[in-house]
Design a binder for this molecule. Structure first.
Ligand code: GLA
Length: 663
């Protein structure tokens, strides 16, 4: 199987990191291409992604093939030592496809058509779309399979579409038949006797379209599973075509970061290289922690192997309400932060800022200010840094002893508008727990609840509403085997169909966690706190009766829950029935980690400094605005500057040091 390692550690050559971005030369006159190639070389660019949105250029009329321009770009890149990650252009079909085959256009929940004129206007269920996508993929792969510039395939772009139309209704039914077998089984799984929703004929089963009031959550859960699976079918069809032509080259598709629409575990298993697009908000104080989390998740999806940042922004994006540029140094900091967490390829959207179209105001490696602009200067600097780091870093691993469990099925099973509190947000809870570890300098990975957990000393479940039986057995076996487990509230409430377990929580889990009776859930309003003595709970609280033998580590004080456990422990299994405020959550997880034998990368780091080990190297990353001094015993050499430090390392605003031990 092809891997990123094949590109970053080519036989007979020094290891290297890939650096570059989306290159859209068709938006520019050919005279500009030579300048692009020159500036790419000046910036140390080694890799570009071509052709992401080129379908209408390659096939301007049905069946036409205009490859001449792409041949010239491929040759130019090769002549300048730039490898090409070639995209199948299937995320933006040409207008003629929608005109000739209106069924290729998706429908939204209200039945409205999503027309051409933007992008991603394709229905995963349309046979015509799939046929035309396969044809262009076939011809693209045949034409460039042996081109020396070709290094990797990039299938489609950010698969993120939904379809509630009639074509989707047909494929949804067939997916449901595979899952449930009979209509009776579907009726049982969805609990359709509630509100008289029982189906008597398969043709009555539709995607969960606009309805008068709350939808059936089991119906929505299956629709989300189905959508992820159908998009994955589209990906696989194109992947298999390119693999047939180039079995030796890796294939990827770029994920949106922590995106709810695709089951990242299932998708990553079908990729040779896992890649992600990540756009933290430069004004968000939590952006550094967020970038770290996306790195940890992507590395985990890649099974711990090196992964790829397929897109990030050199400066501002153009899709927030207000889009801020990155102050000098921040782009470099986040790029190197991804490398610290296992990325071996750092790409951007995009190489040259567009002068026309919807993303004219989105930054690029080469902005409107051109080669004299400060954004380009930073592009050059990052290229220099990556060139220095490549031989020391490429292929090395990040090791962790803590796993956070995450599963898209559980995310999809959250009850949505029918929940006791719509303030409970799966993604926010995962972020809060990961952030607590980040604050404590405890490196973590992510895992699926079915994964073998025995390699982790500590397993955390921030929020898994749905846990199927194999997942529960896995957690029990993990603790029996000596592992330490901490579960957040609403863990294991529901089975695989989203049906609430008898007693409000799986009985085996209740026994493990020391809960005799889960009496009532008490969600908290915005601004409302639950006093727990030394800390405050937010968002949620619970009326629990502990089982004999369970230890109440912290109890609610005052109000209805006075004296009830907020945190329970039974041996190595912990249950946390509220969301602790950030410092308290971080403190709790750090102390449980210490007891489980896990210590932070470094103690006593100045505010805003992150420490990560990758292979034998120590990355120090400073997310703050003022210079700091990090105490660090011993002698170290900073690979980025060549300087040797003794006893302490100084970091400027957004400064980074990549340290190896020095004699
Ligand atoms: C996504 C897309 C890119 C571009 C960027 C802008 O990640 O894949 O084509 O639109 O967003 O941030």
């Amino acid at each position: 199987m092809a891997r990123l390692d094949d590109l970053t550690r080519p036989p007979g050559r020094p290891p290297r990191l890939l650096y570059g971005g989306d290159y859209n030369p068709e938006q520019w006159p050919e005279e500009t291409w030579a300048e692009d190639a020159r500036l790419m070389r000046a910036a140390g660019v080694t890799s570009v992604t071509l052709g992401v949105f080129s379908w209408s250029r390659i096939e301007p009329t049905p069946g036409a093939r205009e490859f001449g321009w792409l041949d010239r770009v491929m040759d130019l890149m090769h002549a300048h030592g730039v490898g090409v990650v070639l995209a199948t252009p299937t995320s933006s079909p040409p207008p003629w496809l929608g005109r000739l085959h209106p069924e290729t256009l998706p429908r939204d929940e209200d039945g409205r058509t999503e027309w051409w004129g933007s992008r991603q206007h394709f229905s995963h269920s349309s046979e015509a779309y799939r046929r035309h996508a396969a044809a262009i993929t076939e011809d693209l792969a045949a034409r460039y399979a042996h081109h020396p510039a070709l290094t990797m395939w990039h299938i489609n772009n950010e698969y993120c579409t939904y379809d509630w139309g009639d074509g989707a209704a047909r494929t949804f039914r067939s997916w449901l038949k595979d899952r449930h077998g009979t209509l009776d089984a579907l009726n049982t799984a969805w609990g359709t006797d509630f509100w008289g929703q029982r189906y008597g004929d398969w043709d009555e089963v539709l995607p969960p379209r606009r309805a008068h009031y709350l939808k059936n959550p089991a119906h929505v859960l299956d629709f989300r599973r189905y959508t992820s699976d159908l998009l994955l079918e589209c990906y696989r069809a194109e992947r298999d075509i390119v693999r047939r032509h180039t079995p030796h080259l890796p294939v990827t598709t770029n994920f949106m970061p922590f995106w709810s629409g695709q089951d990242g575990w299932a998708w990553a298993a079908e990729e040779d290289v896992v890649s992600v697009d990540v756009y933290p908000d430069p004004r968000d104080p939590a952006a550094g922690a967020y970038n770290a989390m996306i790195g940890d998740l992507t590395r985990s999806e890649a099974g711990g192997r090196p992964w790829m940042v397929m897109e990030q922004a050199a400066g501002a994006v153009n899709w927030r309400t207000v889009n801020h540029p990155k102050p000098y140094g921040l782009n470099r900091l986040w790029a190197l932060q991804s490398v610290a967490r296992g990325a071996d390829a750092v790409h951007y959207f995009q190489w040259r800022q567009s002068r026309q179209g919807a993303e004219t105001f989105h930054s690029a490696m080469l902005g409107h200010a051109g080669e004299r602009g400060r954004v380009f200067r930073e592009t050059v600097r990052i290229g220099e840094d990556l060139a220095v780091l490549g031989p020391h870093v490429a292929g090395s691993r990040v090791t962790t002893e803590i796993a956070l469990l995450h599963d898209w099925n559980s995310w999809w099973a959250d009850p949505g508008d029918g929940a006791l509190s719509t303030r409970v947000d799966h993604a926010e809870l995962v972020r809060a727990w990961h952030r607590a570890l980040w604050d404590a300098h405890l490196p973590a990975s992510f895992a699926h609840p079915h994964h073998d957990l025995s390699g982790h000393r500590l397993v955390l479940v921030p929020h898994l509403h749905l846990l199927d039986d194999p997942a529960i057995e896995n957690l029990l076996a993990y603790v029996r085997g000596g592992g330490t487990l901490v579960c957040g509230f609403l863990t294991g409430i529901a089975d695989r169909d989203g049906r609430v377990r008898p007693g409000g929580m799986d009985a085996r889990l209740r026994e493990l966690l020391g809960i005799d009776l889960l009496q009532e859930w008490w969600p908290l309003d915005e601004g409302e706190h639950a006093d727990c003595g030394t800390f405050r709970g937010t968002l949620w609280s619970e009326e629990l009766t502990p089982a004999p033998g369970a230890e109440t580590v912290a109890a609610y004080r005052g109000g209805e829950l006075d004296g009830r456990p907020a945190i329970l422990r039974t041996g190595r299994a912990w249950y946390v029935s509220t969301l602790l405020e950030p410092a308290a959550l971080s403190g709790l997880l750090a102390s449980v980690a210490r007891e489980a034998g896990v210590v932070p990368v470094l103690d006593a780091l100045p505010e805003g400094v992150e420490a990560v080990r990758r292979g034998d190297l120590l990355f120090l990353l400073h997310h703050g605005g003022e210079p700091v001094t990090v105490p660090l015993p011993g002698r170290h050499r900073d690979l980025l500057t060549g300087t040797v430090t003794e006893g302490a390392v100084k970091l400027d605003r957004f400064g980074v040091a990549v340290l190896e031990e020095a004699p």
